[in-house]
Design a binder for this molecule. Structure first.
Ligand code: NAP
Length: 524
């Protein structure tokens, strides 16, 4: 019989009732699990987290919360090989893709554990110094940030069941808020196993961590003004969540990480086969193929000076065509299947949509030749490169995110202002990357592009050997972006905790405030 995934709520495992969703191995299309949250009492689950978990976390110092994060990271790391295999089976990840997700989770937890050490035995944050607010020097004000007394509800997308949980949970737990995490149902097998490892390792106080395996049901009908919802997924679901009656009535804080048409710009100064050129080519190829392009930060639009577009197309097409697609369990394979049949259908429909305004210049709709997969099964799509010679008229390329191994090449006139104008047609993005060794070009790009993005990355010859591609989200830097990208902000080191804390202005006499602030510390 197929295994039914369990939720972990009110300090216990819960088996849902009623209609079940089937979960598939995306390589073989075999059913590997089922999920349902039918009958789950969400009101009780949220209350338990708030009352039991929240109270326990708020008593802990930052250093103790950090030790908990470090222990979580170790527990996951101890099961690394098993989790990598499970990521291949349940998400279709190649070994490299699986490491990106699983090691990304451990790395983020460990990074926040390290930051916690720096905050020591404090339990909350002080924001700035005392401010004299009257004629008397003794009457002062200062801002404090205390953990909110609700629960942090984390709703994640299907593409990162491990990292997606960890990048949100690390920050909320360090801030002192209990977490209830809900992965996307399609890839919840890996998330459930991670939660099982964490629960068995007994490193979190009761109620600090809960897990939902399946639909969110009526969970969001029970939110209060002290809760926080952090959502990653499509803009459409983000809008539904933001518009929920209880969310609106109780002014619940909502952070949304949504779609993004991330752009890469090649500077006019970059010569073919120079280190900066090679970095650019490597980043575009990585983003098109890593996780089969199922990264919210992946490059979707590539802007190249018109006189270099032929050279870029030829080199990129050649690399894409020699990239192996097939059985993700085989080390030589770089591109595995998409995560689900629904994703495959979406991606293929998306390519057709882009093809109405752009020409397919490499690849085609369909799996292509698959390596080590005689069965002909699985949710495979080979990488596809398109070219739109008139970016201005290619509206859909700037508006429709195809969440797969797909990117569109477009020419521009070599001026930073023009590149930025075209990039900004994306309506707000998570990240954009600029490849140049010309600092004036870079500076113009920053001024014009930064307001429309959460992160900008500059690739140049000085860092060609060391640069992380734009697709990699780092715990120290903010993740999120304005407009289409959801207007959210996560991570960014200590500053990420502000999502889970309430900033309050405190006024009073100076000695009184000194006593009140004994358990606080200034960040950084
Ligand atoms: P999705 O369909 O919007 O689902 C995202 C999550 O929301 C899933 O856990 C889903 O649960 C849940 N959900 C769906 N309807 C809900 C509702 N009415 N109330 C509460 N929760 C609900 O998105 P997806 O297909 O998983 O993810 C793909 C999208 O995510 C892409 O567009 C991508 O750009 C975006 N994404 C963004 C980022 C980022 O950081 N900005 C990262 C990754 C992905 P079920 O699975 O149970 O339906």
């Amino acid at each position: 019989m197929t295994r039914l995934l369990k939720s972990y709520v009110c300090g216990d495992w819960y088996e849902g009732t009623g209609r079940r969703n089937q979960l598939f191995n995306p390589t073989t299309e075999e059913v590997i699990g089922e999920a349902t949250t039918g009958g789950l009492d969400y009101a009780a689950a949220l209350d338990y987290a708030r009352n039991v978990g929240g109270a326990a976390l708020r008593k802990m110092t930052f250093a103790q919360r950090g030790e908990m994060l470090a222990a979580m990271a170790s527990a996951i790391h101890e099961h690394r090989d098993e989790l990598l295999d499970l990521a291949t089976e349940s998400c279709g990840n190649t070994r490299g893709d699986a490491k990106f997700d699983v090691d990304g989770a451990t790395g983020t937890l460990a990074a926040y554990a390290k930051m916690a050490k720096g905050l020591g035995d404090a339990k909350f944050l002080l924001d700035g110094e005392n401010i004299r607010i009257s004629r008397s020097p003794r009457y002062v004000g200062r801002h404090v940030m205390l953990p909110r007394k609700g629960v942090a509800i984390h709703i994640n997308a299907f593409n990162f069941p491990a990292w997606g949980f960890a990048e949100k949970a690390a920050v909320a737990l360090l801030a002192g808020m209990p977490v209830i995490t809900k992965p996307a149902t399609a890839t919840a097998v890996l998330a459930e196993r991670i939660v099982e490892i964490l629960v068995n390792s007994d490193v979190m106080p009761a109620g600090a961590f809960s897990f939902v395996a399946g639909s969110a049901g009526d969970m969001l009908d029970h939110v209060t003004g002290q809760d926080v919802i952090a959502f990653t997924g499509s803009a459409a679901t983000g809008a539904i969540i933001r518009g929920g009656a209880a969310v609106i009535k109780n002014s619940v804080r909502v952070n949304v990480e949504a779609d993004s048409l991330n752009a890469a710009v090649l500077g006019p100064d970059v010569k073919v086969e120079s280190p900066t050129w090679d970095l650019f080519m490597r980043d575009v190829h990585t983003d098109m193929t890593q996780k089969v392009g199922q990264k919210c930060t992946a490059i979707r639009r590539v802007f190249v000076p018109a006189d270099k577009i032929d050279a870029v197309r030829e080199e990129l097409s050649q690399t894409l065509q020699s990239t192996r697609v097939g059985n993700p369990a085989i080390r030589l394979v770089r591109v595995g299947p998409l995560a689900s049949k629904a994703q495959l259908d979406d991606v293929q429909a998306g390519i057709q949509k882009l093809a109405e305004v752009a020409e397919i210049v490499s690849g085609e709709v369909g799996p292509g030749e698959l390596y080590d997969l005689p069965s002909g099964k699985g949710y495979f799509q080979q990488p596809v490169l398109l070219q739109a010679n008139e970016p201005e008229k290619a509206g859909v390329v700037h508006e429709h995110e195809v969440f797969g191994p797909v990117a569109t090449l477009m020419p521009y006139n070599g001026e930073a202002s023009e590149a930025a104008r075209l990039v900004c047609l994306g309506g707000g993005g998570l990240v954009a990357s600029v490849y140049t060794d010309n600092r004036d070009f870079a500076s113009d790009c920053m001024v014009e592009m930064a307001p429309a993005h959460g992160r900008l990355t500059f690739g140049s010859k000085k860092v060609a050997e060391h640069a992380y591609g734009p697709g990699m989200v780092l715990p120290q830097l903010v993740h999120g972006g304005p407009g289409r990208a959801g207007a959210g902000e996560e991570l960014g080191g200590i500053r990420g905790m502000s999502l889970y804390m309430q900033r309050t202005a405190i006024q009073g006499d100076e000695p009184m405030l000194a006593k009140l602030f004994e358990d606080g510390t200034t960040a950084g």
